[in-house]
Design a protein around this ligand. Sequence first.
Ligand code: GLY
Length: 381
Amino acid sequence: MAAAPEPVLILGGGLMGLAIAHQLARRGESVLVLSRRRSEAAGFVAAGMLAPHAEGLRGDLLALGQASQARIPAWVAQIEADSGLPCGLRPCGIVVPFASVEERDAYPTAGCGQPLDRQALEREVPGIGASWAAGLLFEQDGQIDNRRRLMRALERACVELGVTFQEGTEVLGLERDGVGALQAVQLRNAAGEAQRLPAERAVLTCGAWSAQLLPELPIAPVKGQMLSLQGPRQALGRVIFGPGTYLVPREDGLLVVGATSEADAGFSEGLTPVGQRQLQDGIAALLPAASHWPPMERWWGFRPCTPDEAPLLGTSPIPGLWLAAGHHRNGVLLAAITAELLGREISPTGPPANNLDLTLPSGRPWQQAFGWDRFAGEGRS
Ligand code: GLY
């Protein structure tokens, strides 16, 4: 009998790891996900905005975000069909408020949105703070309930498709053969024992911790603190994306509020009074009534950030090891396209994916535009 093929190892059980595991399993691959601590995954930390336009992305990153956004309904439908669980996709539109019309018109994605004057802003967001003179409505942007639904559905979909999981496992090192290709990963398992897993193919999806495993990768943590409030159901129909604070209303009235952006915090854990005050001030400025809504939860996490704030996708310095990391503020948005691109790249003989038409404004193929070595010669900041 032929030996069973070695599984593709997914190093990191966050959103990228699960999305790629799901895609590979659909392509007929055997997949093993190694995950350290679920609670630290950025997929559980984020607010779940699907916001290439509201985030004001530009250039190739905007095109990647738009391509992912176009795939999200089918991607979500597939996860829901495979898992039998809802993902909480909500195409509710996002409003970005501005202090002046000039600021609004200078926004990088202004041409993709509907300009709002103060009156229209009040119509879109009843109760919006008095200081906002204008806004942009991006009806094509929205949100997904990443914390409560998407992550769980994706994990269930993976299990249903035969993906296996090893929880509580820390990947300590990557072992290379005589020509430098991946041959094994070294681990510490949940019982604290050292373990060696032979592997010819693996995907590094360790988020903000990726450079601890592969120091060549220019990825650093950017801490974000968040909180949630329980609002009246339907008190807020649209996401409000203000400067420094955004309000993301779930269907049941839960309001997810994000997020600080602390590049100097490193991996320092915990909430800070300054960070929490920033969020409270942001709530008061955006939607004063929400300042009186009961608090539910507070949490923090670490975005994986690269020098140009775009992800590292595709091959790595180690043949056999692929990368899907560094998605910074846009991981939830980019998970669908990341899974599709990596799935096809790692398993080219699998069934054809959707007709992948990804044209970037730079004219470069995505492997180059988002390649890990694109910063060569620029120096590291
Ligand atoms: N996507 C928004 C954030 O990272 O805060």
